[in-house]
Design a protein around this ligand. Structure first.
Ligand code: MN
Length: 464
């Protein structure tokens, strides 16, 4: 059973250290995905409320280069907070001058007493499903501010959904995440609904379908023409006269047909029944965001942060997390469109070119040499592809990176291995860095070590 008492006391220790440094300069380091960006937004808000001067560094991974960059800038900061990363680099952090606080939910590595670390895995709480870094940031804000911190509950939910911690019945949040969502609901900030999970009930249905990223709808996501012909093919008129119809315009039988045809479509693309049924389930609605806003549905909010983070627009993502709207939101929405287009292009390549090969228990999708991609997209591609892989396999997606090759790995089926730990160990054997969770992880390795890395991995997967 989880040791919630000691998790709370670790959070209290972190809150005390923050209060000791009050009013000084703080450096916040975080990850570029939705969870990292939500965690950063919560933490930055809480620090600014305590008169800190806050600087932010958004990273892809704690590579050697990132660590030395960090060493270079760390001197000026009495307080450093590492969010959504750091548990695997505690010894390196302990060498930094300032007080370091790590809020992380990835598989932890070697301990170091110098660093204040809050990681659910250290307290027998499942950090892959029960709480994300945003949730930890929320709990820390609660230690600092008390009940007023409930204003951050929607962002904590956004982060958890971004990390796909909606693993309960019908894609509900579980554990500490469920508690945080409930606090948000009680404060009338959030609403939990069971419904067809197509965001934007008041937007043209064609646009809503084309904007779906979870689940990714091959031939429809990123393609309004595809969405239009899909609707026509299942006998749903996309428009009445000049006016596009919205999801809320549909009659009950049309809605049912849409749901069952989407499930069929996903199954025909190789998705499992469970995955295909993701189309219906728990949605989390942020009541303060207008109904036609992409931030109204917490999953869509997460996708917006994710897309902006992965394409390098951390400033836009953080500005939104901190409350900017208007022009900033319009720009961020535009970036999401670009992101979808790139993903759609990558999946087209995977479908049409011969990029997939099986090596022992591994399925390798080799996207090296695709100049429209960058290494920050590999995780998203791997997550989506993993849904249509059959059998107990380890999926590896390879993408060029300025530091070599980025490998994103996803465990499919019941393969017996801990992906994060495995990547961490094998990447360092070939001179790279890696890590992650039990089911998902990433590594950056030297370009000339790919074959060796794959061979090492395949051997472990076969033995596992
Ligand atoms: Mn995370």
């Amino acid at each position: 059973m989880g040791d919630y008492e000691n998790l709370k006391s670790a959070l209290a220790t972190a809150a005390n250290a923050i209060d000791d440094a009050k009013g000084q300069r703080a450096l916040v380091i975080s990850h570029y995905d939705a969870d990292g960006l939500s965690a950063a937004s919560i933490t930055i808000s809480a620090l600014i409320a305590r008169s800190f001067i806050v600087h932010v560094l958004i990273l892809e991974q704690l590579t050697q280069a990132a660590l030395s960059r960090l060493e270079g800038v760390a001197q000026g900061y009495p307080l450093i907070l590492a969010l959504d990363m750091g548990s695997s680099a505690l010894p390196a952090f302990s060498r930094l001058e300032g007080r370091v606080i790590v809020l992380d939910h990835h598989q932890p590595g070697e301990k170091s007493g110098e660093v204040i670390e809050v990681n659910p895995h250290r307290f027998e709480i499942n950090g892959s499903s029960e709480i994300s870094s945003s949730g930890l940031a929320y709990l820390l804000a609660k230690e600092l501010e008390g009940e007023t911190a409930v204003k951050y509950a929607p962002l904590a939910v956004v982060g958890a959904l971004g990390d796909r911690q909606d693993v309960g019945r019908r894609f509900k949040l579980v554990g500490l995440n469920e508690e945080i969502a409930r606090e948000g609901v009680n404060a009338r900030l959030l609403e939990e609904r069971m419904e067809l999970r197509i965001p934007g009930a008041k937007r043209p249905l064609v646009k809503s379908l084309a904007s779906m990223l979870d689940p990714f709808l091959p031939g429809i996501t990123g393609d309004e023409g595809g969405a239009l012909s899909f609707l026509k093919s299942i006998g749903i008129e996309p428009a009445v006269g000049e006016n596009f119809r919205t999801l809320s315009d549909l009659k009950t039988d049309e809605r049912k047909r849409l749901a069952s045809e989407l499930v069929k479509r996903l199954i025909s693309m190789g998705y499992s029944v469970t995955e295909a049924e993701r189309i219906y389930g728990a949605t989390y609605v942020i009541l303060s965001e207008p109904e036609d806003s992409p931030l109204h549905d917490a999953r869509e909010y997460a996708q917006l942060l994710n897309a902006n983070g992965r394409l390098g627009f951390h400033d836009l993502a953080l500005a939104i997390g901190l409350g900017a709207r208007g022009e900033v939101l319009l720009r961020a929405v535009d970036i999401v469109g670009q992101y979808r287009t790139i993903l759609a292009k990558a999946f087209k390549s995977v479908r049409e070119e011969n990029l997939t090969k099986d090596v022992a228990g591994c399925v390798i999708v080799d996207l090296r040499g695709k100049s429209f991609l960058n290494e920050r997209m590999s995780g998203a591609i791997a997550s989506i592809l993993s849904l249509s892989i059959k059998g107990n396999k380890l999926l590896l997606v390879l993408v060029d990176s300025p530091e070599g090759v980025k490998v994103s790995a996803r465990k499919c089926g019941h393969a017996k291995l801990n992906v994060g730990k495995l990547l961490s160990r094998l990447a360092s054997e070939v001179g790279g860095v890696g890590g992650g969770h039990e089911n998902a992880g990433g590594a950056t390795i030297p370009a000339n070590s790919v074959d060796q890395f794959v061979k090492l991995l395949a051997r472990e997967v076969e033995e596992g």
